[in-house]
Design a protein around this ligand. Structure first.
Ligand code: MG
Length: 159
């Protein structure tokens, strides 16, 4: 039996959320999941986060948890960091200062380990949950960190 749902709801648990596909539905385009201008230079000037919708099951969880224990880690190759952070703060109340970015998803485990060491040096690694919709990233987290991992579909399972 998976224990992640219970762990997520313990008050001391620290969660690092991926953003695209975890705190958003990843349906950015008109007829595609990717925005139609993705992979073009013009994409840098498009704020795909302006009309993202709050995902209520995740929002309810976030509302019930200590926001000082909620963070975001996201790959961002298009210079959309400030729009993305603004969306996270507006829709979920997670402060922009809790959002960290990397150009390279394979650096996520290292960044999270450093942040945990800095912010929660004495925490039990089983009280940290790294949530991501990307299978490769979840695998890297499992291999390279001592923390728990979860896929965001867990919120659909427990509606
Ligand atoms: Mg993602």
């Amino acid at each position: 039996m998976g224990q992640i749902w219970e762990i997520l709801h313990k008050p001391d648990t620290v969660v690092f959320f991926d953003i695209d596909g975890t705190l958003t539905s990843y349906n950015y385009g008109d007829h595609h999941a990717h925005h139609e201008l993705d992979y073009t230079p013009e994409f840098r000037d498009v704020n795909i986060y302006a009309d993202c919708k709050r995902l209520n099951p995740i929002y309810e969880y976030i509302q019930s948890h200590d926001v000082n224990r909620l963070y975001c880690i996201s790959r961002e190759p298009h210079g959309h960091e400030s729009w993305k952070s603004e969306m996270v703060e507006r829709l979920y109340g997670i402060p922009a200062s809790h959002c960290f970015y990397t150009l390279d998803a394979s650096k996520k485990p290292e960044i999270v380990k450093d942040k945990i060491k800095e912010l929660f040096p004495d925490i039990d690694p089983m009280s940290v949950v790294l949530m991501d919709d990307n299978d490769e990233t979840l695998g890297l987290y499992m291999k390279e960190t001592p923390f728990c991992t979860a896929h965001p579909m867990i919120f659909m399972e427990n509606l």
